[in-house]
Design a protein around this ligand. Sequence first.
Ligand SMILES: Cc1ncc(COP(=O)(O)O)c(C=O)c1O
Length: 496
Amino acid sequence: MQISIKLDFQSDESLQNQIFEAIRLQILSGQLAPALLLPSTRVLSEQLGVSRNTTVLAYDRLIAEDYIYSRKTIGTFVNDSLPENSLTLSNRASLSNKKINERAERHFERNPVVFTGRVQDLNNPNREKLDIDFWVGRPDPDSFPTKSWRKIINQILPFSGSEMTKYHDPAGIYELRKSIANHLRPSRGIDAEPDQVIVVNGSQEGLNIISRLLIKQNSPVVAECPCYQGAAYVFESYGAKIHPVNVDEKGLDVGLLPDEPISLAYVTPSHQYPMGATLSLKRRIGLLDWAKSTGAYILEDDYDSDFRHKGSPLTALAGQDPHGCVIYMGTFSKSLGAGLRLGYLVVPKELIEPVRMAKARIDNGSAWLQQAVLAEFISSGAYTKHLRRIRKIYLSRRDCLVESLEKYFGKVQLLGLDGGMHLIWKLPKHLPSSVEMKRISESVGVGVYTLKTGAAHNFEISEYSERTLMIGYSSTPEKLIEEGISRIAKSLENII
Ligand SMILES: Cc1ncc(COP(=O)(O)O)c(C=O)c1O
């Protein structure tokens, strides 16, 4: 017999593959029936005008994959014992994707995907169209310490063979945990042993680990309102029942905390995300006492506290905690860059082992090389120098933004100026809503953000969002800051 095969001698695909694929599809579609005797490799090679070796290799692969079998001295046959579901395959071979999906829906009860979740807005989809982007919480790309980073990698790499080939403590390499603990003592007032420091792949992993430990379906979790989208969405995906607690100009309104057992309270006391308030000492004490009485762990997300523009660095809530209920979470995404994916948890002693285990379950530890470089970067003093340098840059950018807003809009109501990398502009009544302001600014190539598009979550309580703009300044040089604000002002001239 002859098999109908059309070869494309100009194609990049090898002739052997084309023959294999043509026969395979004909078997699956039923065109070549089970037990059918196939032409010999010699006959087929003559028919197709290819070398014998080509047909032999194609048949060898068909035999290896069980589509055909060969009986010595008799010939080569189509497999007559293909499993039942080969029928489905046969249909697949000639069906469009749409039809396959329709059939799949009719014939199979698919296992439902149990994960449900939303993803925070990490990137502005309109960024390409912007000349000036006041994106929130992004470090200055020109300030990344590339030279020192490269130097350390070059020092470490020649001696790192065995480190690169083995698994390490999932809680992180000791040198890094120690240098983080040493850094936190003077800078954040946290007195922790290196053991209590667990290295994670950014705060996002920290949030997942803590949720894994403390949240099951309907576990009550307190979150600030508004709060960081990334956190709210993680808690939600673990089934938490979230109690939003309002934030005012002094931070979390501790008087509104629920008086019932709570698994976890997620807070940003140094620079409330997104509104920028610093939690007062009185409220901090109230929050810690509340946690003691309700049995809640507090998760302190200290994402951008390296940047304190007024007064001396603040003691973290974890450094003020007499009850041992605060889990501290830090990240290098703001001080160095989110591309590193490095952060850490500092946990009460009873949580060290559960957190280590959870981290091991998720990924068996963070990448060794990044950890080793960062450990050296911190312990050599280069990190402190880097922070000193970028603090100055961010402070003068913040000042430039405030001056520009005042220059073009007069008296402006701004929040969150004392620290961080963004500020909040409470829009006056005569200006359009935050959504409109964003749209108008983008139309002149300038990116500013509403709470929602700035990765904040307000639990559908809109009073915060309608007249609130988030403006980041850390990654925008002064000249562009002034230019961006002037463009927004000009574009509004015909509207207000
Ligand atoms: C409040 C808050 N926490 C944490 C992070 C950092 O997350 P990660 O360390 O996963 O990059 C961000 C980044 O935008 C943030 O805004």
